[in-house]
Design a protein around this ligand. Structure first.
Ligand SMILES: [Zn+2]
Length: 313
């Protein structure tokens, strides 16, 4: 019997769908029963799943030397999930990450990494954050995507931690100066025209990068959409601004809006339990908006298993 090639349906992302993200630790791959996981997702009523793909840790056999393949994975996690999910009529968003890389690559690729005003590399936990204008974003990321998209019938690509964080490397200084005529500001100061120009510049650059990524994804794998980790609203707009997230601009290129609304452990009381609804209500005026459901609701402890009494959906 001939196996029909998988038919992608980019219009799916314009409809109401239920997405679940089993945000897995590397060790969760040990003895993982993928079929059972997909059954649980279906039982939950979801028709889309967001699963770990690559960028930092590859959850599939990769030829790309700068990703680390999950050492706890047996076989091909991503390939198995996609096959099982599609059999169950569940769409697959593949989670990628370009925000960080490994310290052992600093010596060979110093221009991949983000610098503070003193020229030092900026860390996030034990990892090094990457420069949003550097070759890691502009070249490496596209090569990783290319390999993955050529290998798997993916419905969508999702970028985690898709923040255009401020970088003061020489290249970022030069690009900003060329575009605006100003020196790159080192701190927020609304009286400084260079700062106001930077805020605008960052939104534009990030939307442009997003658009180029979306176009690339569609060229390599027609019908595959791009969506990114964002917030439509927040307690303070500063976090959204400092990420360079201009939802309206992103939405022009993306298949849908995927927004996170966690019950942050360190958020002061009162808890805002309606954040999810607020995000969807506002986001849907722009484009179909889905909230990323995670097994973990406490972002700063999601590297450990979630204590059962804190789980709520
Ligand atoms: Zn930079």
């Amino acid at each position: 019997m001939d196996v029909q090639p998988y038919q992608k349906d980019p219009d799916f992302w314009k409809t109401r769908f239920r997405l679940i993200q089993p945000n897995m630790r590397k060790v969760d791959a040990i003895d993982l029963d993928v079929e059972e996981m997909i059954d649980e997702v279906k039982e939950y009523g979801a028709n889309a799943i967001l699963v770990n793909g690559g960028g930092i840790v590859a959850w599939y056999p990769t030829t790309n030397a700068y990703q680390k393949t999950n050492e706890f994975m047996q076989g091909d996690f991503l390939g198995s999930v996609i096959a099982s999910a599609h059999k169950a009529n569940i769409k697959v968003l593949v989670r990628m990450d370009v925000s960080k890389s490994y310290s052992h690559l600093l010596e060979s690729h110093p221009n991949w990494f983000r610098r503070d005003a003193a020229g030092d590399v900026v860390k996030h936990w034990e990892m090094l954050t990457t420069c949003p204008t550097g070759p890691f974003w502009e070249d490496y990321n596209f090569r990783v995507l290319e390999e993955l998209l050529n290998k798997y019938p993916v419905d969508g690509i999702f970028f985690n931690a898709f923040n255009y964080l401020r970088c003061s490397c020489k290249r970022c200084q030069k690009l900003f100066k060329e575009k605006t005529g100003f020196d790159l500001p080192i701190k927020e100061d609304w009286d400084n025209p260079a700062w106001r120009a930077f805020v605008h510049y960052r939104y534009e650059r990030h939307a442009d990068y997003n658009q180029r990524l979306a176009e690339f994804v569609d060229v390599v794998s027609p019908g595959t959409v791009l969506t990114i980790d964002t917030n439509v609203t927040s307690d303070s707009y500063k976090g959204i601004r400092e990420s360079g997230w201009h939802t309206v601009n992103f939405a022009e290129s993306n298949g849908c809006i995927t927004s996170e609304a966690f019950n942050f452990v360190d958020r002061p009381f009162p808890k805002w339990n309606y954040w999810v609804g607020e995000e969807v209500k506002i986001g849907n005026h722009i484009k179909q908006t889905s909230i990323i459901l995670s097994y973990s609701k406490s972002i700063f402890s999601r590297r450990a298993a979630q204590p059962s009494h804190t789980v709520w959906v």
